[in-house]
Design a protein around this ligand. Structure first.
Ligand code: C6P
Length: 423
């Protein structure tokens, strides 16, 4: 049995009856089992990046120890094994997100690169002066700036769908903004700054009824819920490996094959051509056309291992457990009158963004760190949504299935300490 398979099979199925065995899961994540200044680490920054299970760490290590070689090039045994491992990871990603074939998956560095790829290929060929890209007010900068760059290059315009005070897209306004010049809708599945789960399936249906394709930024969704790109009917769907318990520097772009295969290359170089002469170069089919140069082979292998791990734990159990933890945390924070949640959507994932009366978020983050509590403080690369809520920054506690109620209690105690300091 391979190291990956044996690492996954060592795990005890963590859902026991109706109970999610979080203590069992935590033992798979070595980084969680450490202390900060003598206090147990409470890691509440999984929206920034998730911790990695042993199965992922071991898969990457095994690749470098045993199979390391370049792919798609060599005839020797190591190159064949490395190519198999890389292409097997592509098949896993395809199955994991419900793609109809592995060729619909392009390996990229992460969600950011995936969106830039679509902007510079689909965008450059489909948008012209006066055309529109429609995004929402809660987008991460990765789903704003590439479109602004595209607009500068093409003369197209960026339109923004408004959100309400809970942090939900106003669907009537969205429908109103879908016009004859709209050439692409690009929306987050889950907001990293607010935790809102957007009703992307319905939104895609509304866009498709007008013939408009949709890109979904799934960076904060894929690690926490079952995503099926065909059920959603997304044209493009992007996510990052490092937020999905896999390595940094690897991510995936899903693209409906007919659409993907008609796009021009993103970058030129090795491994993306069928032939090169000084007079003319012809390009490989998708996805190779978009993977110029030596890719992050070990990263893809690690992402494949992360998917195996997530599937062994079970996404249904993960979603239910995280939902229960979010409800517990929301109630706990609501009991502190000095703490104000930013983002109270009815459909929310495990993100708690908040301000504390009289305290700058960075000071809150620093004081919590002294208690061993890791949260993110700042604008979370989503400045427009901060401005929408009239705050320069928030403190953000973000959850994963390895967090516990006890850790939420530690956060609340830490916040009581903060409130005392700034009273
Ligand atoms: N959000 C956060 O702390 P990259 O950096 O390419 O892996 O992911 C970009 C990205 C795109 N969309 C959403 C919704 C995201 O949350 C992120 C990354 C991190 O919230 C780092 S800024």
């Amino acid at each position: 049995m391979s190291t990956i398979a044996s690492a996954v099979s060592r795990m005890v199925t963590p859902v026991v009856g109706d109970t999610f065995d979080v203590e069992r899961v935590r033992r798979d994540f070595p980084a969680l089992l450490q202390s900060i200044d003598g206090k147990p680490l409470v890691y509440l920054d999984s929206a920034a990046t998730t911790q990695k299970p042993d199965a992922v760490i071991e898969a990457v290590e095994r690749f470098y120890r045993e199979d390391n070689a370049n792919i798609h090039r060599g005839v020797h045994r190591l190159s064949v094994r490395a190519t198999d491992a890389y292409e097997s990871a592509r098949r896993k990603v395809a199955r994991f997100v419900g793609a109809s074939r592995p060729e619909e998956i392009v390996f990229v560095r992460g969600a950011t690169e995936a969106i830039n790829l679509v902007a510079q290929t689909f965008g450059r060929t489909h948008l012209g002066v006066g055309d529109e890209v429609l995004i929402s007010h809660m987008e991460h900068h990765a789903n704003i700036v590439p479109w602004q760059m595209l607009c500068e290059q093409t003369g197209a315009q960026l339109r923004v769908m408004p959100i309400n005070d809970r942090g939900e897209i106003i669907i009537d306004e969205y429908e109103r903004l879908l016009g004859p010049r709209t050439k692409l809708v690009s929306i987050a599945h889950v907001s990293n700054a607010l935790g809102t789960i957007n009703p992307v399936q319905g939104m895609i249906a509304l866009a498709h009824a007008r013939g408009i394709p949709v890109l979904v930024d799934g960076a904060q969704a894929v690690p926490h819920m079952k995503v099926d790109v065909r059920t959603l009917d997304a044209d493009f769907y992007v996510f990052s490996g490092h937020k999905t318990f896999g390595p940094t520097g690897i991510g995936a772009l899903y693209g409906r094959y007919e659409l993907l295969d008609q796009l021009p290359p993103y970058q030129g170089g090795g491994d993306m051509i069928t032939s090169v002469t000084f007079e003319k170069t012809t390009y490989a089919k998708a996805p190779q056309r978009f993977e110029a140069g030596t890719p992050h082979i070990a990263g893809a292998v690690g992402l494949g291992a992360a998917i195996d791990y997530l599937e062994a734990v079970g996404l249904q159990g993960i979603t239910a457990y995280e939902h229960e933890l979010l409800t517990y945390a929301t109630e706990a924070l609501s009991g502190l009158p000095e703490v104000h949640l930013v983002g109270t959507a009815r459909d929310k994932a495990g993100v708690l963004s908040f301000t504390v009366d009289g305290a700058h978020p960075h000071d809150v983050g620093t004081i919590l760190d002294q208690q061993g509590i890791a949260v993110r403080a700042g604008h979370h690369c989503a400045q427009p949504v901060m401005e929408r809520f009239g705050v320069p920054a928030t403190v953000r506690a973000s959850l994963a299935f390895y967090n516990t109620r006890e850790e939420i209690d530690v956060l609340v105690r830490g916040l009581r300490g903060v409130i005392e300091v700034f009273r």
